[in-house]
Design a protein around this ligand. Structure first.
Ligand code: MLT
Ligand code: ZN
Length: 453
């Protein structure tokens, strides 16, 4: 403890249980664990010194950014040093020539977006937790969000990384070269590694053009099949399409009751799709033309001004908060091929109530990627059975048990539904190579085994 205090200063080693508490429970309230202490380094050098000291003492570390994760990957399992990267918030100058910027791991997505926009550029990843989610966390989980359709997920934005290995060694690759075939791509290996291979301290990021002409459409449809018909028409006819999101009638009721929102349409409908187009010239006419020619549209409302767009997005983006306000949900984040999407959605509610009769299933997600967020409320002591039933159903639909939130602690028992024994073994060997003592985020991502899972 004394050594850690000497590295970061006594005020940045939190031992008092009240001070530790906000770091020890995740955002959903479902995952919680005790940390030996919370350490808040200010820069890469201090991170390296803290990790080196922990390595010498054989003390495990859990790494945390904005604590907005949904799979328990950034809260302690019990007794680790919790390394909070919240003070690593430096944002470098915008490199206009390369359209890149270097960002500290602890800065929020929102601050990064503001920084890029002030320079006439934008960042390709966006998601509802933007005000708290941090750059390092987005990298560690390879975050997706609402613009994957246009720009890909977090790994597609990353051109370089600085990170601290499990023994305290700093590896830095921040040149951001567009072409660089000089061996293993360590930055890409760290994307989606969930803090198990190294501690990411800085990230070199690609920026995208700032597209200020935006149009959002909220479209009512008869169900999931109709949503896919609408998606196909939108992809075909709207080159400026940047988001396609889905939610259903019960989610809308929950959101409206929670946030006091007006009904978007005179009638209720089974399902709703949010489409967003972003371009340099106003895409509204193209959106209206596509909507009027698409049989799947039961009703639609369109906004191109900032307030109107935010009003329509709120129906989708308030889902997480409204669900959490209704109880501690079992959160499952799955994706299947689009051809399997309607069948999955049709079978999910009964799959849940078969094992947890009192449970309520609320679905919403990113329809373009076949990514459904399965939120189960009132599962009581059947959380494990619900996860098992849903994830087994997903595997039977040729899907992934974690589409964008990661494996964390929550999905470890089901990893083999999505990854073969050979793949898990290869992952273990990578882990053993970079963290032989199993000190980084033990219990996260890999099933128990050697090194410490
Ligand atoms: C979202 O798409 O809004 C996020 O993944 C959060 C969630 O799943 O609750
Ligand atoms: Zn999502």
């Amino acid at each position: 403890m004394k050594e850690l205090q000497e590295i970061v200063g006594a005020s940045h080693v939190l031992v008092d249980p009240d001070l530790r508490a906000p770091y020890e429970t995740d955002w959903t309230g479902r995952f919680t664990g005790r940390a030996a202490c919370v350490v808040r380094p200010a820069n890469t050098g201090e991170v390296a010194a803290v990790v080196g000291a922990c390595a010498k003492a054989g003390t495990p570390i859990v790494v945390q950014g904005g604590n907005t994760g949904l799979v328990g990957g950034a809260v302690p399992g019990g007794g680790e040093v919790l390394l909070s990267l919240a003070r690593l918030r430096d944002l470098g100058p915008i490199d206009r020539l390369e359209s890149q910027v270097t960002a500290g791991a602890g800065g929020t997505l929102e601050k990064l977006q503001e920084h890029a926009r002030a320079a006439g550029l934008d960042f390709g990843v966006d998601l509802a937790a933007r005000s708290a989610a941090t750059v390092g966390g987005l990298v560690a989980t390879n975050a997706g969000g609402i613009r994957v359709l246009r720009y890909g997920s977090m790994r597609n934005q990353v051109t370089g990384i600085e990170a601290v290995l499990a023994d305290g060694t700093v590896v830095s690759r921040l040149t951001g070269l567009a072409k660089d075939n000089t061996g293993y791509d360590l930055p890409q290996l760290l994307c989606g590694s969930e803090g198990t291979l190294a501690v990411v301290t800085k990230v070199r990021l690609r920026l995208v053009p700032l597209l200020t002409a935006r149009t959002v459409a909220l479209v009512a449809v008869a169900g999931t099949e109709a949503a896919l018909d609408l998606l196909a028409a939108a992809r075909d006819r709207l080159p400026a399409l940047s988001a396609a999101e889905i939610f259903y009638a019960d989610g809308l009721s929950l959101v409206r009751a929670h946030a006091g929102l007006a009904a978007p349409f005179p009638d209720d409908h089974p399902a709703y799709v949010v489409l967003e187009c972003a371009a340099r010239v106003d895409p509204t006419d193209d959106v209206l033309e596509m909507l009027s020619g698409c049989d799947a549209v039961a009703d639609a409302t369109v906004a191109s001004d900032a307030a109107g767009r935010a009003r329509l997005w709120a129906y989708r983006e308030t889902h997480t908060e409204a669900i959490n306000a209704a109880g501690v949900p079992v959160k499952l984040d799955v994706s299947v091929p689009l051809a399997e999407f309607p069948s999955l959605v049709a079978r999910l509610p009964a799959t849940v109530t078969d094992v947890a009769p009192a449970a309520r299933t609320v679905l919403f997600g990113h329809v373009n990627e076949g990514n459904m967020h399965v939120n189960v409320l009132d599962a009581g002591d059947r959380a494990e059975a619900v996860s098992d039933a849903v994830l087994t159903l997903v595997a039977a639909h040729r899907g992934s048990i974690s589409s964008e939130h990661g494996v964390g602690r929550a999905k470890v028992p089901w990893l083999a539904l999505s990854r073969s024994a050979a793949e898990i073994d290869a992952m273990r060997r990578i882990k053993a190579g970079l963290d032989p003592a199993g000190l980084l985020n033990p219990g996260v991502l890999l099933p128990p085994g050697s090194p410490r899972g």
